[in-house]
Design a binder for this molecule. Structure first.
Ligand code: AMP
Length: 398
């Protein structure tokens, strides 16, 4: 259930503009704001979806040569036909010097991300008449200064005024703090497994959110789980066609199609024991079946990497005197995989007081960012997060 909270009495007459919260995700992006009842609300896009795929597709230019840039669900589907003109998972390139040119447009990760931001903002205007200008954007806690700057730049290119960059774990904890109506201070682990990044933080939640420590891997996410299914399907196709897996995957169209189908199969396996897909390749069409048991087995090492990282943070927090962890919060779409909850219960139940808590896994970060937007705007009295710089094994945790 969504919590609401105290808003200053002169809310309607205040001249401050509304500040929106944006979760610029590796696979999906979400925009939210706090409505006049004080509840964080997701702004649906023009496809009527709450989540917008973070995918940009360059369709053929129009007759005057003007570029035709498509963002979201249609872009994701178009990638099958034109994988070379489709850009996904760009957040993983943030802060790198990756560049590309399409139809005379110089592209870098900031520019591509700006198209995603622009789609969210334009839809908010078109569908809901909301003027989005001032924003809080979230980023993984493990992002360094260069990566953070790249996100701010993406916001600027999109014409936004980025008032704050907020760690995704802090945003989720802020939303959680309100949801649970926490009276006394609590400590929690925020385990955030999204589409392309993994973050784990130990936070203290009281009047505000303080990060005790945080670590992660911004090259680990749902995409890696998908990739295992892609390889499984490709090897089955290779067997059927008497070729090898690399040859199958070299075909960029089949490779992209396999990625889309793998993601769907993975999601099916979150609620069913078996997933099936029909995949056409060469002259054949192969029916492929994958059980949850086999999927869990083929991705065990990925899950284990998140467990190792989590234990490291619990141990580090203990070394700083945080010996009691009250809650374990799961955030990010990939935590819907049952293997995640099973692993957490098995490895961490004895180290955490309460049952693991699955928040609104796709929306908590954007909603937390919207709440942070109120604070930035000084509309509510809620202490914002602080960072405690700390060092773990030579790794800067800040
Ligand atoms: P996020 O970055 O938090 O939006 O998470 C996106 C990731 O969550 C993608 O890899 C999705 O495939 C994955 N995801 C979404 N729903 C499910 C589901 N039901 N089961 C497994 N993974 C999911």
């Amino acid at each position: 259930m969504c919590g609401s909270f105290f808003i200053q009495e002169n809310w309607d007459t205040m001249e401050n503009k509304r500040v929106y919260g944006i979760d610029l995700g590796t696979t999906y992006s979400v925009i939210s704001y706090v409505n006049d009842n004080g509840e964080p609300e997701i702004i649906t896009n023009s496809d009527n979806d709450r989540l917008t795929p973070s995918v940009v597709f360059f369709d053929d230019p129009d007759e005057n040569g003007a570029p035709c840039i498509v963002v979201g669900r249609v872009a994701k589907e178009s990638g099958v036909i034109s994988p070379g003109r489709t850009f996904a998972f760009i957040k993983q390139q943030m802060g790198t010097d990756w560049t590309c040119e399409i139809d005379g447009i110089q592209l870098n990760p900031q520019k591509i991300s700006s198209y995603i931001l622009k789609r969210l903002v334009d839809d908010a205007k078109r569908c809901w008449d909301l003027d989005v200008e001032d924003v809080v954007i979230t980023c993984p806690a493990c992002f360094d200064t260069v990566q953070r700057q790249a996100i701010i730049d993406a916001g600027k290119i999109a014409g936004l005024n980025v008032l704050q960059l907020l760690d995704e774990s802090v945003a989720a904890a802020m939303h959680y703090g309100l949801n649970k109506e926490v009276g006394e201070a609590k400590t929690a682990i925020v385990y955030d497994l999204g589409g392309g990044t993994f973050d784990v933080s130990v936070v203290s939640i009281s009047d505000g959110v303080t990060v005790i420590c945080s670590d992660g891997d911004h090259q680990l996410g749902g995409r890696d789980w998908d990739q295992r299914i892609v390889e499984y399907c490709a090897s089955r196709l290779a067997e059927a066609c008497g070729t090898d897996m690399d040859t199958v995957l070299k075909d960029s169209e089949i490779s992209y199609d396999l990625q889309l189908k793998a993601e769907v199969m993975k999601q099916i396996l979150s609620s069913r024991d078996v997933a099936r897909a029909k995949i056409a390749y060469d002259e054949t069409s192969e029916k492929i079946e994958l059980t949850r048991k086999a999927f869990d087995e083929m991705t065990r090492d990925l899950l284990e990497r998140t467990a190792v990282c989590t234990q490291k943070m619990i141990d580090f927090a203990a070394s700083k005197g945080i010996t009691r962890i009250n809650d374990f919060l799961l955030v990010g779409g990939s935590t819907r995989m049952p293997q995640v909850m099973e692993m957490i219960k098995e490895k961490f139940a004895s180290q955490v007081d309460n049952e693991p808590w699955m928040l609104e896994v796709d929306e908590a970060v954007a909603k937390g960012a919207a709440i942070a937007g109120l604070i930035v705007n000084k509309r509510i009295d809620y202490i914002s997060s602080e960072f405690e710089a700390a060092k773990v094994d030579g790794l800067t945790v800040e």
